[in-house]
Ligand binder design. Sequence first.
Ligand code: NDP
Length: 270
Amino acid sequence: MSRFDGKVVIVTGAASGIGAATAKRFLDDGAFVVLNDIRRDKLVETSSGFDPGRVLIHSGDVSDRTYLQAMVDETVSRFDRIDVLVNNAGIEIIGPILGTSIESWHKIMQTNVDSVYFAIRSALPHLLKSKGSIINVSSTCGLGGDWYNSAYNASKGAVSNLTRALALELGISGVRVNAVAPGTTFTEMTKPIEQHAALMTKFLERIPLGRGAIPEEVASVIAFLASEDATFVNGVNLPVDGGLTASNGQPNATAFLADFGFASQSEQRL
Ligand code: NDP
């Protein structure tokens, strides 16, 4: 018996990265999984090797709310129910505010925020019946600001606060709403940073664990939040960030201790 046997799970953005790892995790754990993304061929790749009877490949654009309603309707007509909705699909476009086009702003907000709001509206009648749960993929960028990333920061901040607000609204009905807030996770999205060694070093030196995550390390936390092990967890934005957000933002001064006349194993009053 696997922990999601008989459960029906929708994962958006399942062709790549965190979404692909999450879809596979739920399939490994016995669920029926609806895999959404724009690219159908990549979804076939993600689900290959799994029982086709437990898979529904549903390609389409999550920023289109008519599409989202069709995805939900077809999920229910194929599998009869929905237990878990994972709103993962997202994009990031960086740049200073005056360098960001109006089109990019709208694309980010539609892909990262409208998609989450309208997917929840469409799936909610079914989640209320199953007393299911929603997991939104926010970001550490939704918990604080970054340089030159205001549109993405705004979109993920919206996802994080939507998560909190709906946890309050829906909790009494037995539907839990949570988010994960990943830090740097090696996927297609981080490829441009990975190709720039000096910049990647800057990112990694801020992470107490000294490395970025692999997508499976985020997927396992999403699965935890959806599971029977998390039945009293509601409204959290759980950082999956190697400790990045444990910092108050001050620099790591360890390398400079000797300049103040003491070694790392001794103390000094400042
Ligand atoms: P990937 O680019 O690897 O995966 C995102 C997937 O979503 C892609 O397959 C992409 O398709 C798809 N997608 C984009 N727009 C749409 C759309 N309109 N409709 C349907 N599918 C769409 O990125 P990640 O796995 O890294 O990102 C997953 C989530 O995690 C995102 O919400 C991201 O913001 C978040 N996140 C990622 C972090 C990281 O460091 N990687 C850190 C924190 C949060 P296509 O490639 O064709 O655009």
